[in-house]
Design a protein around this ligand. Structure first.
Ligand code: MET
Length: 385
């Protein structure tokens, strides 16, 4: 071939090569089912932000094996029925490779069986109830379960305040608040802390005076609250209105800035455990906090941090998967690549561990991570030292 001809064909060659690599570099579709409206939206919006930030970072760095990550985000409204609808849409219509979410354990118990039946990973980033990963081998979570966090939280609170006896209040019709109650009950028995009275409420309740009056009469040193944020905030406010000064001990549901939007200073001295803290100044967490603030103009919370880490966990797993384009095969390959992923993320060192065995069933994977204990001071949680 003459030099001239080479020169003439070169642009064409470059063009076809470019086209070929563009055709190979497909988008990897990752579904996200989050509560973007309704009472759980405070968690869901933070989760969406965490995912968006991480996906943008991965894509800006060239994607995974040349493939860009495309988030398909759906609002499941914090409702079981909507979580089912959204999972079905993402799995069967949109053909997502994996589905993150839903936000509440209550919804995960409804939606995850669909993912397990379809052999698609359902990856929870905020589901902390017991039994989530017993639903099947395609259920994963990086949210540390109440059973791991509450014993640590309770021990620290008892020591900090010199607590001898506590009262309990919890929501008895939500999978997470009920599970948190079961864990608190077992933990208090284990740590030999008597319970003066146990009071329950139902989803949507706004007046807790009847329960709080009974708690007041039982004279506890602290109040254990297995509640979602909004209920917890109103319970705290109404406790103070009754002249009660006891500190609160809570689970994962209390870990939202919304607690202080509503309860303000009345929430001070509340103790809560979490794997994430803004005071943890590892390079990964510092970078996450700075990038989140720059992108969204607000401080991140634990839910954003866990979502951010979850996307990086899946991106790492995807590096090990040779995508074939056959969705059923690729979904299973991703499920098989996930368990061995470890990262050093915004929430610190992360690894999976196989869920506790259930006779006759295959189980999924829980988070293996340490909880740290926080105390509310001046309208925010700080590390309890
Ligand atoms: N941890 C909760 C659950 O598992 C959800 C987010 S915080 C209330 O339902």
């Amino acid at each position: 071939m003459q030099f001239n001809t080479i020169l003439k064909t070169l642009p064409l060659l470059m063009l076809t090569t470019g086209l070929a690599s563009a055709a190979q570099a497909a988008d990897v579709k990752l579904g996200l089912a989050a509560a973007l409206t309704g009472p759980a939206a405070k968690y869901g919006v933070a989760i969406k932000n965490g995912f968006t930030l991480a996906a943008d970072e991965v894509n800006a760095a060239g994607g995974v094996n040349g493939n860009k990550l495309q988030l398909l985000i759906e609002d499941e409204q914090g409702k079981k029925e909507e979580a089912i609808n959204v999972f079905k849409k993402l799995i069967f219509k949109d053909k997502a490779l994996l589905v993150f979410g839903p936000t509440l354990s209550n919804s995960a118990f409804a939606a995850d069986p669909i993912a397990n039946a379809a052999k698609v990973v359902a990856f929870g980033t905020s589901n902390t109830a017991d039994g989530i990963t017993a639903m099947g081998p395609f259920t994963f979570r990086n949210s540390v379960m109440e059973a791991d966090v509450l014993p640590v939280t309770t021990r620290a609170a008892v020591k900090h305040f010199g607590i001898k006896k506590v009262a309990i209040i919890y929501g008895n019709d939500d999978a997470f608040t009920k599970s948190g109650y079961d864990v608190f009950k077992a933990t208090l028995a284990d740590q030999k802390i008597p319970v003066t009275t146990t009071e329950a409420y139902a989803k949507g309740d706004v007046d807790f005076k009847a329960q709080l009056t009974k708690i007041k009469a039982s004279n506890p040193d602290a109040i254990v609250c297995s509640c979602l944020t909004e209920e917890a905030a109103n319970i705290i406010l109404q406790t103070r209105a009754l002249g009660m000064k006891q500190p609160f001990i809570g689970g994962n549901g209390l870990n939202s800035p919304k607690l202080f939007d509503i309860a303000k200073g009345a929430g001070d001295d509340t103790i809560m455990g979490s794997p994430w803290s803004p005071e943890n100044l590892t390079p990964a967490n510092k970078a996450f906090i700075a990038a989140y603030k720059a992108k969204f103009g607000s401080d991140p919370d634990q839910f954003a941090a866990q979502a951010y880490d979850a996307l990086h966990v899946v991106a790492d797993a995807l590096k090990k998967v040779k995508l074939s384009g056959a969705i059923d095969k690729d979904r299973i390959a991703l499920q098989q690549a996930l368990p061995s992923v470890t990262i050093e993320g915004a929430t610190g060192k992360f690894a999976f561990r196989k869920a506790p065995p259930v006779t006759g069933k295959e189980v999924g994977y829980d988070a293996q991570q340490e909880a740290i204990v926080n105390i509310a001071k001046g309208g925010k949680f700080i590390l309890l030292k």
